[in-house]
Ligand binder design. Structure first.
Ligand code: SF4
Length: 319
């Protein structure tokens, strides 16, 4: 049985040691799909409250939000401090518990290019200055990366490992409308192609089980993402958490989550069609607490991975 080509494998091949991603949440960041710039409320599945920048020692910056036009940022020092405290705590745990030797700082919650350029530059450069950090991974939306930021990241990528993570979710605009995504598929394609043309590494996020999508549509999305040249992929099932617009749709009987069986079929086909050079960062997702409304199979990560491995046997692969 061969191992599926994971992001961990990619990093080990490239850096010759164990490299881990350190997920960071910075207070004051938001999303144009939440703050009204593009839309209010966000994607229907997004539980905006779940992104907490608090890491114990650092106070959250309540009521303070940046956007691309923010003229000044009086809280930059606090944000830099949050970054350092979170990085130190998480990287230490990853070293002690998993033997991680090098790190990629992952700006993960909300839209991490949606702030004035000077703020972004200060945060990214601070992250790159930490010991044993080899690069950055920046989670964002395709409608929120300015030319200036893209060009700057392209320059950084000449010496550091720089990734941008885009939510592709679906290539069908009718689906993107149903989930209140706030941009269309052409916008994601354009940004991915531009990022790739500047030599950046791109990770695409895909969601299977979006409203009214057939298996064929999910597989077509995966095929398109591969064709656009993504370097890495995250596959997720759509699950419903409380306090979201999707939860209301689910409770009204207007949305039925994907079954595990169907998810496994789509995942298997997507992995079968994936060019071998594209690494896999995630094969599923879920949440094991009482915020999960449905489906129940997204509660138990171990059982999900066991079932995925059983399915991948058909390709002589294991995760
Ligand atoms: S783009 Fe991301 S952060 Fe913004 S609303 Fe959608 S899921 Fe939430």
């Amino acid at each position: 049985m061969k191992q599926l080509y994971t992001f961990g494998n990619y990093l080990r091949d490239k850096f010759g040691c164990k490299v881990h991603k350190v997920g960071i949440n910075i207070s004051g960041f938001t999303c144009p799909n939440i703050d009204g710039t593009v839309a209010y409320g966000g994607c229907t599945f997004c539980e905006n409250d779940s992104f907490s920048a608090s890491s114990g020692e650092v106070q959250e910056l309540k009521g303070f939000y940046l956007n691309l036009n923010s003229k000044e940022n009086p809280h930059l020092e606090k944000q830099l401090q949050q970054l350092e405290i979170q990085f130190n705590a998480i990287s230490k745990r990853q070293k002690d518990e998993y033997g991680a030797e090098k790190f990629i700082v992952y700006f993960q919650s909300f839209t991490n290019t949606y702030a004035p350029f000077e703020t972004l530059k200060a945060l990214y450069e601070k992250a790159l200055s930490f010991r044993d950090v080899v690069g950055l991974s920046i989670g964002t939306r395709s409608d929120s990366v300015t030319d200036e930021t893209l060009e700057y990241l392209a320059q950084l990528s000449k010496h550091k490992e720089i990734w941008i993570e885009f939510g592709i979710q679906s290539i069908y605009d009718e689906t993107l409308k149903k989930i209140n995504r706030g941009h269309d598929s052409a916008n994601v394609k354009e940004l991915i192609l531009r990022a790739k043309s500047k030599g950046l590494n791109v990770c695409g996020h895909l969601i299977f089980g979006l409203p009214d999508e057939s298996k064929e549509m999910m597989i077509e999305t995966a095929k398109a993402a591969y064709a656009w040249g993504i370097d890495s992929v995250k596959y997720h099932p759509l699950y419903v958490v409380k306090k979201t617009a999707l939860a209301n749709e689910f409770l009204r009987g207007e949305f039925t989550p994907i079954s595990e069986e169907e998810y496994l079929e789509v995942l298997l086909e997507s992995i079968k069609l994936k060019p071998s050079s594209i690494s896999v960062q995630r094969v599923t997702a879920g949440i094991d607490n009482n915020t999960l409304l449905s489906p129940d199979w997204c509660r138990d990560k171990n059982s999900q991975i066991k079932n995925i491995n059983n399915t991948l046997k058909q390709l002589n692969l294991k995760y």
